[in-house]
Ligand binder design. Structure first.
Ligand SMILES: Cc1ncc(COP(=O)(O)O)c(C=O)c1O
Length: 476
């Protein structure tokens, strides 16, 4: 059970949340004053203040100067968010491969409603344009497409990536970039370059299970750091952890964590980079969904603040252009030559044709237009799926509010086990990702991740059925 949930202020906040939901304190009404609440419940003033701050964070109440706290209008009503995660304080070995392989099998079954894997919506991929480019390339009567493109990979593509990164706050040369086979290879190469088996890597918690698999393969131990559902890794908790353990690298999904959808605010990214620079600890930054923001501006990357070459920035075009082409890249800073050598040693080169195809797509213009469209669509799908969860799931459910990407992280009532739900859902023709796979120490038994990339009538019915199953499991 999460530590935070046992805290008195959380219990108090949850009680008041229920009263607000039941209409005992309707919109616009004043909730009991801090003093009244403290007397009524026999708790300290500071506990009540903490509870009220939590309710403010949940968007349920707002303070009016000199007047007290009032229930906020619930137009566009939202479920409360999960609390900051509270994983254990010791590193753990990862052993998740059996569960992950089970997920993998089910995520490729076309007969199931796929809410499990974080796959992009195929309709939002620029398939026709890519196919035209590939056809053009294969018609050319030269041998270029049949040669190795040895590390660091196609120069035109690296140049276009470096230009694109200006928006994310980076000033890089094409030589700083290495083309990889997807983001996951980039993460793997970075871990290989800076860690040895048995080393400790600190990560956000929850963390994308593919990354945890890379840690498992390398025999690394994971130190899970409390993570805020909207603002990512908790820097105070990280600073504390770095005092306790000899951490070899820190790994974050800086923009739109999978599964949280959290985005580390830019000034906190700067703080994070500074903190790690003082301790000479490399930061492996995963930014695969960085372009899928819902706000006005692309969030920066931690790499933008990297003065010492300690940030290893990893990304790919899997979420926004084509996951099948397997094109990713790494800007590994001071570890560049090591990472290039590893890339050459492990796979010689990434396939040539996909590198040329992606370069052709980026050069041809229209990428920005394409991104604007899919950002709008994903933001809408996130909203629609959130509303469906709110409609069909029992009270006690909590939900993230991603500011980008296309996944939702759902906290179910504590009695509901996500693996039991997974099995029930599978029988009912639905997949989901159970919380277990997002933590080395399996801290999220009553959480699930849902993919919001595609939304249709059958998704709506599937969420309704899932809600019924959650009700059932909650009763038993
Ligand atoms: C956070 C995160 N990192 C990495 C990956 C893998 O990226 P790629 O397909 O480019 O290897 C994914 C894919 O789901 C992801 O969500």
């Amino acid at each position: 059970m999460a530590e935070h949930q046992t805290h008195r202020y959380v219990v108090l906040a949850d009680e008041l949340t229920q009263l607000i939901r039941k209409g005992t304190y309707p919109v616009g009404s004043r909730v009991p004053s801090v003093r009244q609440m403290s007397r009524q419940h026999g708790v300290s003033i500071s506990t009540v203040l903490e509870a009220y701050t939590l309710l403010e964070d949940r968007g349920l109440i707002a303070a009016r100067p000199q007047s007290g706290y009032y229930v906020r209008p619930q137009t566009g009503e939202q479920l409360p968010e999960p609390d900051v995660s509270s994983p254990g304080r010791d590193p753990s070995q990862v052993s998740l491969h059996e569960l992950v392989m089970m997920l993998l099998r089910d995520s490729t079954n076309p007969d199931l409603v796929q809410l499990g894997a974080a796959l992009p919506n195929p309709e939002f991929l620029p398939v026709r344009r890519l196919n035209r480019i590939i056809t053009g390339l294969t018609r050319q009567a030269n041998m270029d497409t049949h040669q190795y493109l040895l590390p660091p990979g196609l120069e035109t593509l690296r140049t276009l990536v470096a230009r694109r990164l200006v928006n994310a706050g980076c000033s890089l040369s094409p030589n700083d970039i290495l083309i990889t086979s997807g983001g996951i290879e980039g993460i793997d190469l970075c871990l290989h370059a800076v860690c040895r088996p048995g080393d400790i890597v600190a990560t956000e918690s929850p963390m994308y299970f593919g990354t945890l698999q890379a840690l498992e393969v390398h025999g690394l131990r994971v130190l899970e750091i409390p993570t805020h559902p909207r603002e990512g890794i908790d820097l105070e908790a990280l600073a504390f952890a770095l005092e306790q353990y000899p951490v070899k690298a820190v790994l974050v999904i800086s923009n739109f964590n999978n599964p949280l959808g959290s985005c580390i605010p830019d000034e906190r990214k700067k703080e994070l980079v500074g903190m790690l620079a003082r301790k000479q600890i490399p930061l492996i930054e995963n930014d695969v969904s960085g372009e899928l923001y819902f706000g006005d501006k692309r969030p920066l990357v931690c790499k933008a603040f990297d003065k010492k070459g300690l940030v290893m920035l990893v990304s790919s075009f899997s979420k926004d252009i084509d996951p099948g082409l397997r094109i990713g890249w790494v800007a590994a800073g001071r570890f560049r030559s090591e990472v290039e050598w590893l890339k050459f040693t492990i796979s010689a080169a990434s396939p040539t044709l996909p590198q040329m195809a992606v370069a052709g797509f980026l050069e041809g213009g229209g990428y920005e237009h394409h991104l604007r469209r899919i950002r709008r669509e994903y933001a809408r799908n996130i909203e629609v799926l959130s509303n469906a969860v709110m409609r069909y799931f029992p009270s006690g459910t909590r939900l993230t509010r991603p500011s980008g990407g296309f996944v939702l992280w759902v906290q179910l009532p504590e009695t509901v086990d996500s693996l039991e739900l997974y099995k029930l859902a599978l029988k009912g023709g639905i997949t989901l990702a159970p919380g277990y796979v997002f933590s080395a120490a399996q801290h999220f038994p009553n959480f699930i991740r849902l993919n919001a990339a595609e939304y249709s009538y059958s998704t709506e019915r599937a969420v309704e059925r899932l809600g019924e199953m959650v009700f059932e499991l909650n009763k038993s």
